[in-house]
Design a protein around this ligand. Structure first.
Ligand SMILES: Nc1nc2c(ncn2[C@@H]2O[C@H](COP(=O)(O)OP(=O)(O)OP(=O)(O)O)[C@@H](O)[C@H]2O)c(=O)[nH]1
Ligand SMILES: [Mg+2]
Length: 463
């Protein structure tokens, strides 16, 4: 643990701006003296007291609720004080400054009330909770996922992770690896004997089973990316077919400029949409065509880049006109992608003749709203098919977990190779241990200061 991990810390815990209530939170190993100095009395643990919050001269800054949670029964595992005041930025800044000032004041014994109290860094309260074993690292990450969740599904995934769903799976795999390791290491004294584990299964089978467990966790990554970042859905097509109209219709909001001039949209526009609880990152793009206009050329380049990155493309065609050379080019462009053909302008007579295609086709009218529900349904079905739904569990691994799982898997493969080649147990043990350590990174059984920094820097201050 670094020295900074033992400093007492203080921060405004509520979001910047104005709200009904705002909270200033202090955490430290022993903050009882600060509580007394600041509030003029001791507080009963875990009971709300309605009090004036006074400045150094005794004039009230505000009246509010004070809550004191002596460690270890607190969010951080340390002593925690929460001051709930009116949620205005000035009140909260004054309270924050007052806490820092009170900490510097000299107490009855002539020593500073709470030496070293400083402003908290992002995520530092949750980092303390991790360091004090209140939660593990995967659970700490879930705290931020809950705060960032945009839809019910994202929230459910984060909440299950916070409740320990993922941690439990990782811990089970680690336990299995640990007993394997013990068996292999016991075998080190008896190199001439076959290595048999307690279950009677051959070692290679045991190792393989752990490998399949890791593989199952890895499979949840796609779903995890979708719940965290949204399902990337690019609206593409030649100019004037109604792409921006579709974006607006799906968002039920006049977000993008719509005109009858081809080449209206010049840049990609990205917005979030909630379809049946699934977060959809919907991207309107510039109409794809050959053009001499430099700005439009850049727009087209970005449209093509958006196609590449998207999880699915909605190819918009104007069904009131015959299939255009430009449409064919777009269809060619998206050939390798999963796509839905959106036949727009269904309020007008149909003149399009479609080439044979396996892709799903949906008639819509952005003008009347016809077909939009069916399109929403088709998008959500595609997500569920492609992502593997949250069947028995909703949690899913993130990029950091994925890297650790891949490392763990590589250790497993090496161990398996060594076991099959009947190499000496030391080698097998080495690879199993490497795999164990990689799995440990997920829950923070092993961690470095660097990992903590990368995780908690993305947090809000005060969390
Ligand atoms: N009749 C009818 N017209 C529509 C419909 N959807 C869009 N339009 C019209 O089609 C024209 C082009 O619409 P946009 O949404 O700007 O088309 P776009 O594909 O974004 O065009 P660019 O940005 O230029 O590539 C506008 O005049 C819209 O009013 C529809 O469902 N029915
Ligand atoms: Mg447009």
């Amino acid at each position: 643990m670094l020295a900074r991990h033992s400093d007492p810390i203080v921060a405004i815990a509520t979001a910047p701006g104005r709200g009904a209530v705002g909270i200033v939170r202090v955490s430290g190993k022993a903050i009882g003296t600060l509580v007394r100095h600041l509030l003029g009395k001791d507080l009963k643990p875990r009971e709300a007291s309605y009090l004036p919050f006074k400045d150094a001269k005794g004039a009230p800054i505000d009246h509010g609720l004070a809550l004191y949670f002596p460690g270890p029964n607190s969010y951080t595992g340390e002593d925690v004080l929460e001051l709930q005041a009116h949620g205005g930025p000035v009140v909260l800044q004054l309270l924050l400054a007052r806490c820092l000032e009170a900490a510097q004041a000299l107490g009855a014994d002539g020593a500073p009330v709470l030496p070293g109290l400083r402003l908290a860094q992002p995520g530092e309260f949750t980092e303390r909770a991790f360091l004090n074993d209140k939660i593990d690292l995967a659970q700490a990450e879930a705290v931020m996922d809950i705060i960032h969740a945009r839809t019910e599904l994202s929230h459910r995934a984060a909440n299950e992770q916070l409740l320990g769903g993922l941690s439990g799976e990782v811990t089970d795999l680690r336990d299995r690896l640990l007993s394997l390791l013990a068996a292999v290491e016991a075998g080190i004294d008896f190199p001439e004997e076959d290595i048999e584990t307690g279950t009677g299964k051959p070692l290679s089978q045991e190792i393989e089973e752990v490998g399949s467990g890791i593989e199952r966790l890895l499979e949840s990554f796609t779903f995890g990316r979708i719940v965290r970042e949204g399902f990337g859905t690019a609206i593409v097509g030649r100019p004037n077919v109604g792409k921006s109209s579709l974006l607006n219709a799906l968002l039920r909001q006049d977000r993008a400029i719509v005109t009858d001039v081809p080449g209206t949209t010049r840049d990609v526009i990205e917005e979030f949409l909630n379809i049946d609880g699934v977060p959809i990152r919907i991207i309107d793009t510039a109409g794809i065509r050959e053009t001499h206009d430099m700005v439009e050329q850049e727009g087209v380049r970005r449209s093509i880049a958006a196609i590449e990155k998207a999880d699915i493309v909605l190819v918009v065609l104007d069904r009131s006109a015959p299939l255009h050379e430009g449409d064919r080019k777009v269809l060619e462009q998206v050939r390798a992608k999963r796509s839905i053909l959106v036949l727009n302008k269904a309020d007008l007579p149909r003149s399009i003749d479609l080439p044979d295609s396996d892709e799903r086709c949906i008639d819509v009218s952005c003008r009347t709203g016809e077909g939009l529900d069916e399109l929403r349904k088709a998008i959500s079905e595609t997500v569920r098919e492609g992502a593997g739904t949250a069947g028995e569990h909703a949690w899913a691994v993130n990029q950091r977990h994925r890297t650790a799982l891949e490392q763990a898997q590589s250790g497993i493969e090496k161990a398996l190779g060594a076991a099959r080649a009947q190499m000496s147990p030391e080698f097998i043990a080495l690879d199993l241990r490497a795999s164990l350590d990689s799995l440990g990174l997920i829950i923070g059984a092993t961690y470095t200061e660097d990992i903590l920094e990368r995780i908690f820097n993305d947090f809000c201050i005060g969390k």
